[in-house]
Design a protein around this ligand. Structure first.
Ligand SMILES: Cc1cc2nc3c(=O)[nH]c(=O)nc-3n(C[C@H](O)[C@H](O)[C@H](O)COP(=O)(O)O)c2cc1C
Length: 222
């Protein structure tokens, strides 16, 4: 698959087959992603892969925190507001998803179910956690975004599905403690990874994008 097809056909996978991905393939995906550009070639990304019983144990801990009503405390704070145009896109996305699945995604009970599915890594056999040193600047967060996209594209090229998950950093301190990661690191993102369950309805929704003219302006000097 060429890179253009890879970018255009990647989508967030929200139901996975239980089969593990061989370790050498996971390594090769990360080894590809490391070729992402970064500020002064600083390569600020750090990755932890969690699988099997350890991943299931972590799921249990996260669900327990949610059931206890623990307030999320992500290392990267949640956005508090959005500019109007961006908010409209999010509302449109939520409406389309709600219509597609026949549920109101804004209903708190549904939201709780969605969070639990996130904490179960959507059934994926592997969870990847991306960290950066807490002393690094916003530029490193930018670099990790590039790394995450490369990683998801490399996985897709292998026929492996992924979904980036902000929900997976809700309880950052708990996750770091569980994984033995120092407090001097920031947990930036979780990514579930595995073979997509293509027949599951969860993977039947394809998100849309705004028209190109909404995001680009050409200035000509004649
Ligand atoms: C930084 C970031 C955080 C996200 N967090 C979540 C999440 O917690 N749970 C989830 O199911 N999807 C999450 N997504 C996936 C987005 O909803 C998805 O990328 C978007 O709707 C576009 O759909 P696509 O990835 O299928 O193209 C996240 C995406 C990004 C880039």
């Amino acid at each position: 698959m060429d890179v253009i097809e890879c970018i255009k056909t990647r989508m967030s996978i929200r139901k996975f087959m239980p089969d593990s991905v061989p370790e050498d393939i996971i390594r090769s995906i990360i080894d590809t992603a490391k070729w992402s550009p970064s500020y002064k070639n600083s390569q600020p990304w750090e990755v932890v892969v969690v699988s099997g019983a350890k991943k299931n144990e972590l799921s249990g801990l996260l669900i327990e925190m949610l059931e206890k009503g623990e307030k999320p405390a992500p290392d990267i704070p949640e956005p508090v507001s959005w500019p109007r145009q961006v908010e409209a896109r999010i509302a449109e996305h939520m409406k389309k998803r709600s219509e597609h699945f026949g549920v109101d995604i804004n209903d708190p009970e549904i939201l709780k179910r969605v969070k639990i599915a996130n904490f179960r890594f959507y059934g994926a056999p592997h969870g990847l956690f991306l960290f950066q040193d807490a002393s690094l600047s916003l530029w490193s967060l930018f670099d990790i975004g590039l790394f995450a996209q490369s990683l998801m594209l490399a996985a897709h090229a292998h026929g492996i599905g992924t979904v980036p998950q902000a929900f997976l950093i809700d309880y950052s301190a708990k996750i770091k403690d569980f994984l033995g990661i120092a407090d001097s690191k920031k947990l930036v993102l979780g990514i579930s990874l595995g073979y997509p369950d293509i027949n599951d309805r969860a993977n039947s929704y394809r998100s849309t994008r705004v028209e190109i003219d909404e995001i680009v302006k050409y200035k000509f000097i004649k």
